[in-house]
Each structure stands twice: as C-alpha cells, then as structure tokens.
Design a protein around this ligand. Structure first.
Ligand code: TRP
Length: 326
C-alpha cells in the first residue's frame, strides 16, 4: 500500500522561489509515490495574525500557484484546514495528553514570544497540538517539512506515543521528510527568502518584475570591482541561477569567466534574469490560464474538503471510542 503524505502551509498569498524550492516542488514530486493530502492551515495562521482580512485572498493566490505548479487535485487532496472542523475536536482531545512543559519548552514557541511579546495568545501555545491533530487526523505516515518544523514533528511523535500508550494503538507515528534543496536566500543575499522581508521573487512575477528584482540582487560580497576575481561559491546569484537553468555548460562558462573577472556581476545578472524568465514562463502561462475560471480554486477546495472529511470522520469516531467518550 502507498504511504500517506500530509503537509500544511500557512496561506501566504502568491508564492515565491523559496516556497517553490522548499515545499511546492517536493509536494508535486511526492504525488508520484504517495497518497498526498495538502492543507492550507488557516487556523494556524490565526495565531500570528491581527488583521485577518486578507486570509481569503491569500488562500486563493497560494492555491492557484499550487495548481499551476503541478499539484494535482485529481490525485491529491487539497483543502482548507477549517473546512474540516474535526481537527479542532482532535486538537482538544490531544491537548489532554499534552504536558504544559512540552509546549512552553519548544524553541518555536519561545521564538514567537520574542517576535510578538504583546500577543502571546493561547492558540500560539497550542499551535503544535493543532499540528499534531492535522497529521494524525489524516493518519499520515510521512510529513514533508523544512528543518524549522522538526521540533513540531518530534512533538507529534511523542503525543502519538502517549495517546497510544494510554488508549491503545490508534494514531500513526509520522516520519519527517526533509527537502534536499539548500535553502534559498533572498535578493539581499543574507536572509532566507521571505515575503515579510520583501526580499523575494514571485513565481508569477512578470518579466519586468523579474528583471527589476534580479538587478538589485546582492552578489559575491568579496568582489568590489569588476576587475576583482569573483567567487561563485559564495555568490547568491550564481546559486539561484544553477537551480533555475538546465544548461550546465553555460554555468561552467560563467563560473570560469567570473573567477577570471572576464564577466561582471551586472552582466551575469542580465543572463540570469533572462534564464529565470524563461524557466518560469510555463508556470506563468498555466497560472493565467487557470485563473480565467475564478471558481476553479474554490471548487478544488470544496472537493478536497469533502474527501478529507471522509477520512477525518472515521478517525475522530475511532478516537472518541478509544477515549471512552459516551
Ligand atoms: N507549522 C507548519 C509551518 O509553519 C505548518 C503546518 C501546520 C504543518 N500543520 C502542519 C506542516 C502539518 C506539516 C504538517 O510551516
């Protein structure tokens, strides 16, 4: 039998190169070998948002990007977390086997407390319990995540062991599956690519926007003048270019020319911009095509929720029985 994948992503709107390399690419590939369930975790998003007005639009834009990138609603279940409310029931039940200390000790919680000291809400503390509920409600055995989520995965495994020990084998202990792509830096060259830092390049960016963003990218920090020899191994433009071209011969020429200072950074960026425009063109076209039907995303999500609900209802019935709820 095929394994089952579950992954969740907060609705962050239009996706960027970092989202693609870190998650989406993997989501698409896993569809070949697993039964996949991909979830827009809108309830998780509520823990850090004050202004929730954009949630709907951000969900729409993210899912449209997902579909354009090749996440296939025929093969995979794509849905919105809050459309299947059983997850909140399981969250409550799992919270009873969660020692408080486990939650307050998590590095991700401490980080949030530092980031938003004036909004340390109860939901934030329970964030990992809700995530454990996501994974276990759908009986997933494999969870593709970034490294930052490993503590949450370990937490989920511990909750599952505790629940199963107390109430009998019911839930599945999931394995994390890390992405292989190195993490993508933003155009500033020092921070991870992120929308909140505005150092990103959108997958659906227009050719003009791609050129504009690429031309302000920070390059090799050790190369001050064009006559200085370059160091491709520490150049962010070089790193990104390698990911988004299949022309290995051209890359090795650029590498040599850069080391000998026979091309400058501006020249290299111009090439990279054109290659990136070309690499993203099929995605951009597909997105525009799918976007013609404004109902498509919502139809996909409604269908996904209906399919997810079937699995959720079964698990929650089993859990309630094990726990002994009347
Ligand atoms: N916490 C994850 C993140 O911030 C999102 C998430 C919620 C998730 N539920 C999940 C990821 C279940 C994997 C599985 O990226």
């Amino acid at each position: 039998m095929k394994g089952r994948v579950f992954s969740g992503a907060r609705p962050t709107g239009r996706q960027h190169l970092g989202n693609y390399c870190g998650a989406i690419k993997n989501y698409v590939a896993l569809q070949e070998d697993y039964e996949c369930i991909y979830c827009v975790v809108d309830l998780h998003a509520l823990t850090t948002l004050r202004d929730t007005r954009e949630l709907k639009q951000n969900t729409y834009e993210m899912v449209l990007d997902w579909l354009a990138a090749g996440m296939d609603p025929k093969r995979s279940i794509i849905f919105v977390q809050s459309h299947v409310p059983q997850v909140t029931e399981l969250h409550t039940i799992l919270s009873m086997v969660t020692p408080m200390g486990w939650l307050t000790r998590l590095p991700t919680f401490k980080e949030k407390v530092r980031q938003q000291p004036d909004n340390v809400n109860y939901g934030l503390l329970g964030y990992p319990v809700l995530m454990a509920a996501d994974i276990t409600l759908y009986k997933a055995d494999t969870v593709p995540v970034g490294e930052d989520q490993l503590p949450h995965l370990e937490f989920t495994r511990e909750i599952v062991r505790r629940f199963n020990f107390q109430f009998g084998e019911t839930l599945i202990e999931p394995q994390a599956k890390l992405t292989e792509t190195p993490r993508i830096m933003g155009i500033d060259g020092v921070n991870k690519m992120s929308k909140s830092l505005d150092n990103h390049i959108e997958l659906a960016a227009t050719p003009e926007e791609i050129r504009r963003r690429v031309m302000i990218m920070v390059t090799d920090p050790a190369r001050r003048y064009k006559r200085d020899p370059g160091h491709p191994e520490i150049c962010n433009v070089f790193a990104l270019h390698k990911i988004f071209t299949s022309d290995a011969a051209a890359m090795s020429r650029i590498e040599t020319d850069c080391r000998h200072a026979s091309i400058g950074c501006v020249e290299h960026k111009k090439w990279f911009a054109e290659d990136l425009i070309q690499a993203l063109a099929p995605f951009r076209e597909r997105r525009a095509e799918l976007g013609q039907n404004p109902d498509l995303v919502w139809d996909v999500l409604a269908d996904g929720a209906a399919r997810a609900r079937v699995i959720a209802q079964k698990t929650i019935a089993e859990v309630k029985e094990r726990v002994g709820l009347p």
